[in-house]
Design a binder for this molecule. Structure first.
Ligand SMILES: [Zn+2]
Ligand SMILES: [Zn+2]
Length: 304
């Protein structure tokens, strides 16, 4: 499971950083990807990666500020013009439907693939056999959400070599045993898959914050996650300015990471006032409070 940053600049792009977007590759199998936010130029950034928009099947939008959504119409149209017919679902706050439909309609565009738009509220957004995604309301001038992505716990690995040693040959039977079911063998033996499974593997967890000032929801959203992605728009000394605009500082993000007991903090959404050295200074401020912090860069991939 991995997360690739396509844009890490706040508000406006700069030469080395585009505006916000992240590709979540849930299965490491390149069969499907999710996108979190879609700032202007996201489709251009994708061209420099292995990620093909045709394989995006979910887009989660944190809020409707332009630096998080202005890339959507172009991406959707290009995905359609490339002949992709795979369905795509866009999740986002109220207004995301109107934005997409208006942009497509006024530009005489359409999508040649099934497009579902889901306007979300706080709570569970999506759940299937592999993942659960929950939205938490944040503190920002417009309705804004952070997403918690939880992979369900998975059964332990099947001890195939022990099965083979006992004369049980690989086949469809193994799939049943993998699910922990009991099966009857041709020779009349009854075996229980549970006896051949290793310990259950704990699902991974990830918290992706949208833009936000300090908020009480942060601790629940990020509680115990393996990786927490949080904005640090400004440095610690500019807390008043940051918070008055619904943004956080380095120290505020790091304090959330520490209090929520996360594994790793990834900071992003840096004001364009900071060059690379400035972002390094932001990183140092975080590490003083939460040492296991890394600063995102465009095209950086984080393993989860
Ligand atoms: Zn922003
Ligand atoms: Zn914003």
């Amino acid at each position: 499971m991995e997360l690739t940053f396509l844009g890490t600049s706040a508000g406006v792009p700069c030469k080395s950083r585009n505006v916000t977007a992240m590709v979540f590759n849930p299965m490491n199998n390149a069969a499907q990807y999710w996108l979190f936010d879609c700032g202007e130029g996201t489709q251009h950034q994708m061209l420099h990666t292995v990620f093909n928009p045709g394989k995006l099947n979910k887009i989660f939008i944190t809020h409707l500020h332009g630096d998080h959504i202005f890339g959507l119409p172009g991406l959707l149209c290009s995905r359609s013009m490339a002949g992709n017919e795979n369905p795509l679902t866009v999740y986002g706050p109220a207004g995301i439907r109107q934005f997409i439909e208006m942009a497509l309609q006024l530009s005489g565009s359409w999508t040649g693939f099934p497009l579902e738009i889901v306007e979300i509220t706080a709570g569970e957004v999506f759940c299937d056999e592999e993942f659960r995604v929950t939205a938490y309301p944040l503190t920002h001038p417009v309705e804004c959400y952070g997403y918690r992505i939880e992979q369900h716990d998975r059964p332990g690995a099947l001890d195939a070599s022990r099965l083979k040693a006992e004369g049980i040959t690989p086949g469809p039977l193994f799939q049943q045993l993998k699910r922990g079911e009991s099966v009857m063998l041709d020779d009349g033996r009854m075996i229980n898959g549970q006896d051949y499974l290793g310990p259950a593997r704990k699902g991974k967890t990830l918290a992706i914050f949208g833009d936000t000032g300090p908020t009480s929801a942060a601790l629940t959203l990020a509680s115990g996650v393996d990786v927490m992605v949080h904005e640090t728009t400004l440095e610690a000394a500019m807390a008043e300015k940051a918070n008055s605009r619904g943004h956080s500082t380095t120290v505020q993000a790091a304090e959330v990471a520490r209090a929520a007991g996360v594994g790793r903090l990834v900071i992003t959404h840096f004001s364009s006032r900071y060059d690379d050295a400035g972002c390094e200074a932001l990183l140092r401020e975080c590490r003083e409070i939460f040492p296991d912090t890394i600063a995102a860069k465009d095209f950086m991939t984080v393993q989860i």
